[in-house]
Design a binder for this molecule. Structure first.
Ligand code: PAF
Length: 281
């Protein structure tokens, strides 16, 4: 049966008992408004652990735009029933007052520039907010493994860096992006799109496929320019489209054996992101 927990003391005592029986804990942090992408992550966590904890917390610290925070979809009831349907053991609703305390101050360390590229450049402070909340949640849950979706590729890179730098005893597991049948990457933000906008937003997936298809055969800069022109000719407002090294996330200016295309664009008021590896690994 799924337990709903809001107090960190209740969470700690439940998990302490489980861990002392040798049980492993898989943790899936979320901001709610769950979709199939989240559920794929939850299923993986369930397969690999004795217990699964999912947290739901819309983290104001990672929004650089207060309107975006206010408009972020919130569906606690339906989220809960989806998680019950998946057989999740604990749904944790952290309380802001318990996340950051005198004993557990927001973590502060250098991400060596990983946080100022791509999303970090467009959303100053975003990754600081992500790292602060995920670190606080890790302190509460102390999971064996924690699961994140690759749609937020840079988030995974930033969190891997955090785990390594702070030598946290948790294994991060990255789960592939889940797409709608037409290719649109699933995102909680899609709930704010009209039917027409969902069709228009497909230009992002199509452009990533175009880059992947032509990457080997077309000169780098020419290809990138064509891809950008594709998006500019749509109704979306391009924020960035870059081909980067998937390890460092630094922009590439020429062909590279490992390359990742990352895109962000506004569809109406809604900011969407997506990415695709250009060379099969
Ligand atoms: O990916 C998300 O939903 C959020 O960034 C996360 C990891 C739950 C932190 O608030």
């Amino acid at each position: 049966m799924t337990q709903q927990i809001t107090a960190v003391s209740a969470l700690a005592s439940f998990l302490h008992k489980a861990k002392s029986r040798g049980q492993t804990v898989g943790f899936v942090p979320t901001m709610g408004a769950l979709h199939e992408g989240h559920l794929a992550i939850v299923r993986k966590a369930r397969q690999e652990n004795n217990l699964t904890v999912v947290s739901i917390y819309v983290n104001e610290r990672q929004f650089n735009n207060s309107e975006d925070f206010l408009k972020y979809p919130r569906h606690e009831e339906s989220d809960l029933s989806l998680l019950q349907g998946e057989g999740v053991d604990i749904v944790y609703f952290p309380q802001t007052a318990e996340l950051f305390t005198q004993e557990n101050l927001p973590i502060n360390f250098s991400l060596n520039g990983l946080d100022v590229l791509l999303e970090g450049a467009s959303r100053p402070g975003h990754f600081k907010g992500v790292v602060e909340v995920v670190h606080a949640l890790f302190m509460h849950v102390q999971p064996t493994k924690a699961y994140f979706g690759l749609k937020d590729f840079q988030q995974v890179a930033v969190l891997r860096k955090m785990v390594k730098e702070l030598q946290l005893p948790v294994e991060l597991v990255a789960v592939p992006t889940v797409r709608a049948e037409n290719g649109l990457a699933l995102s909680s933000r899609n709930q704010r799109l009209s039917e027409e906008q969902r069709q228009e937003a497909l230009i992002l997936f199509k452009t990533l496929c175009f880059l992947k298809e032509h990457y080997q055969k077309t000169p780098h800069n020419e290809l990138l320019a064509q891809a950008k022109a594709n998006i500019h000719s749509s109704s979306l407002k391009l924020d960035y489209l870059e081909i980067v090294d998937p390890e460092t996330l630094i922009s590439l200016n020429e062909h590279h054996p490992q390359a990742l295309a990352c895109v962000a664009a506004f569809c109406g008021e809604v900011r969407l992101i997506d990415n695709m590896l250009l060379i099969a690994q």
